[in-house]
Design a protein around this ligand. Structure first.
Ligand SMILES: [Fe+2]
Length: 342
């Protein structure tokens, strides 16, 4: 393969000699007599030039100045600087500024050819590695994008499924219409107030929408009974957290929400169900849902009673601070006053 070399020197004799030597060695050669003519030449020919031989001392733009421009605009073309024999410091300076090599005048034919060959090979190798790296990065980015897209699709599907489940239970019990969404609104405000992470807030959303999913198996005449429940009817109602967990446990994507579903009727004092957990043994997200759930239940009409007034609901919550509810969450809830928007 014949490489193309561009020689730039203000000295016509040097240009001619280099051109003759290089052509004899099988290179194709173009010549420029100044920095400006090299820059003009590069505008059209940069893609075919394999190496530039550049004199350091030229009128107008100096070789070192030009080197800076070349390394910015044409970083893939290697540059060999030509220096006077007595000026090796300048040659070293050129290397530090990005030149691939330098040659001292007068240039010997064998050294010229071997240096050019060497510089071009190294440059091609460097370029190939860079291209490989770029392709690898592009491939990695492509895979990451695909993974993110797949993850987003799963999250969208999960959330759509959760909403469908939530809608199913709300349709079964007209008194709880909008209940899950309102529980989430309150839980979200509480969660933000205590600086939960985005990931925890997402779990909170799914957990709120699913928390009563176990009621799907409870007969409607019990669920919507206007009067007082019998002991056995109440036992059936109390089975809904475990029933909910059973429904969800076969689907991996619901795993993050199962503790909210199973434990949202636990009490801070340990007198709740189904596990009798107390205090911090009840996960924080569950404690948040418990408070939000109870608040919405108190402030909504139910088949067996009218809603409490806001004041009475708040009194009830404060009364149950440390009993049914996490006392710190009650403080956050009361101090935040966001319930006033309701
Ligand atoms: Fe419940």
């Amino acid at each position: 393969m014949s490489y193309h070399i561009t020689v730039t020197d203000d000295d016509i004799a040097i240009r001619k000699i280099l051109q003759i030597i290089l052509k004899k060695e099988g290179f194709s050669v173009s010549i420029c007599d100044s920095g400006n003519s090299l820059l003009d030449h590069l505008k059209d020919k940069s893609s075919v030039i394999d190496c530039i031989i550049l004199d350091i001392k030229m009128p107008g733009i100096s070789g070192l100045e030009l080197l800076g421009i070349l390394k910015t605009k044409y970083p893939l073309i290697p540059v060999i600087m030509l220096t006077a024999f007595t000026d090796l410091d300048t040659g070293m300076k050129a290397i530090r500024k990005g030149a691939e090599d330098y040659l001292s005048k007068p240039v010997r034919r064998s050294e010229l050819v071997s240096r050019i060959d060497d510089v071009i090979k190294k440059s091609k190798k460097k370029y190939a590695e860079k291209e490989k790296q770029q392709n690898k990065s592009k491939q990695q980015q492509f895979l990451e994008d695909q993974l993110n897209e797949a993850h987003n699709t799963i999250m969208r599907t999960t959330m759509a499924t959760i909403k469908a489940f939530s809608e199913t239970i709300e349709q079964k019990d007209p008194y709880t219409k909008g209940h899950c969404t309102r529980v989430f609104e309150t839980a979200l405000l509480l969660g933000k107030k205590i600086n939960l992470t985005e990931s925890d807030l997402t779990i909170l959303e799914g957990g709120c929408l699913l928390h009563d999913i176990g009621k799907i198996g409870i007969p409607e005449n019990i669920l919507n009974k206007p009067g007082k429940l019998t002991h056995s009817e109440y036992s059936i109602i109390k089975s809904h957290p475990e029933a909910g967990e059973k429904i969800l446990k076969y689907i991996d994507m619901f795993t993050p929400y199962t503790s909210i579903v199973r434990n949202h009727h636990e009490r801070f004092d340990g007198a709740g169900y189904p596990d009798g957990l107390s205090g911090s043994r009840i996960p924080l997200l569950v404690r948040i849902v418990t408070l939000a759930d109870a608040f919405d239940a108190m402030t909504s009409d139910r088949s067996y009673r009218k809603s409490l007034t806001l004041d009475n609901a708040l009194l009830e919550i404060v009364h149950n601070k440390g009993k049914q509810f996490d006392p710190e969450l009650v403080n956050v809830f009361i101090n935040s006053k966001f319930y006033e928007k309701k």
